[in-house]
Write a protein that binds this ligand. Structure first.
Ligand SMILES: [Fe+2]
Length: 331
């Protein structure tokens, strides 16, 4: 890789969504809707996919039923899920929201001129996207919204959505088409009422290599480094999000969890009480000076966290010395 200038590449506003491979779409959809309280915004039966959210973006969480390596096609015959992927439940991709199409196209061109490969560029009808792979083979999507009122386009059961997009012949609009006053939806009968996805946590064998990718190509900035650099917190430009990605040294590489913020400690208490009353197992509880949270496992064993933040992240170092929980739970 040639030397990179951060300014030339992607400069995300925030983590837009996480997309998971799941073993049984119906089962996972029900879990994230009925237990975790995410609204089903739309489904795409042709792709065997469901998209759920809080309203901040077209979805906070997407899920596609695993393909067992068989290709799936999008609109106009686009090879959307190529053969050789989707064998097992796990992370499909992390998606980063950009300011506008001009910024997305500018970054795409800069990658090309630095001979950095991208996997795919697509039109999702409400977004244009560039997909690529990080050094740990996690897939990363960088996108811009193309339709502010996305709920007018995406609702219910949809035909195939995604087709080809050529960044080199794009309009390159410069206005931000993300929703600045989104209608937040909760699932009233669910025990948890998340307000938004805020960050994801990745484990890696090589923290500095992954941080280099996400700060150069990914355009994130280092918010904090903890435990002598074993944990690095990365932020995007939207100042209502403390950090958007945590990279933790682990014994293997991959996705650990995504975190959803709740509206205050009383909402967290109510959620925890309801989860207990339903007999659902809480995998871990954290009560620390920087956050209070609980973790659930989905039908495939993937973790998600429901939390409220507290002011004092600097006490992390001290607490970690007396905690036996692995790093990714603590951040
Ligand atoms: Fe996505």
């Amino acid at each position: 890789m040639k030397s990179l200038s951060v300014k030339e590449f992607f400069q995300p506003r925030r983590l837009g969504h996480v997309n998971l491979w799941v073993s049984d779409l119906q089962k996972s959809e029900r879990f994230y809707n009925e237990v975790c309280g995410l609204t089903v915004e739309f489904t795409e039966p042709g792709l065997v996919a469901t998209f759920l959210g809080t309203g901040h973006t077209p979805h906070d969480l997407g899920m596609i039923e695993k393909t067992d390596g068989k290709p799936r096609y999008g609109r106009d015959g686009l090879l959307q899920l190529p053969p050789g992927i989707g064998f097992a439940a796990g992370l499909n991709h992390l998606a980063w929201e950009l300011e506008n199409e001009a910024a997305l196209v500018r970054a795409f061109k800069a990658l090309k001129s630095n001979s950095i490969e991208v996997d795919m560029t697509v039109d999702h009808q409400v977004a244009h996207s560039v997909y690529m792979t990080d050094p740990d083979k996690n897939v990363v999507e960088f996108y811009c919204d193309t339709v502010r009122d996305w709920r007018k386009v995406l609702k219910g059961s949809m035909d195939l959505i995604t087709s080809e997009w050529d960044p080199l012949s794009a309009e390159g609009f410069t206005d931000g088409r993300y929703d600045t006053s989104p209608e937040i939806r909760i699932v009233s009968e669910a025990p948890i009422h998340p307000q938004r996805i805020t960050h994801a946590v990745l484990e890696t064998l090589n923290v500095s290599k992954l941080v280099k990718f996400y700060t150069s190509v990914g355009g994130l900035n280092v918010v904090d480094e903890l435990l002598d650099g074993d944990i690095v917190l990365l932020g995007a430009s939207h100042n209502a999000y403390q950090y958007s990605l945590a990279i933790c040294k682990g014994s293997s590489a991959g996705y650990h969890h995504a975190s959803f913020e709740l509206n205050g400690e009383s909402a967290l208490d109510a959620a925890e009480n309801s989860i207990n009353a339903m007999g659902i197992k809480i995998e871990a509880r954290i009560n620390a000076p920087w956050k209070r949270s609980f973790f659930l496992k989905d039908p495939d064993g993937m973790l998600s966290e429901y939390y409220v933040s507290r002011p004092n992240l600097r006490l992390f170092e001290e607490i970690k010395k007396i905690s036996s929980l692995p790093h990714p739970y603590l951040i």
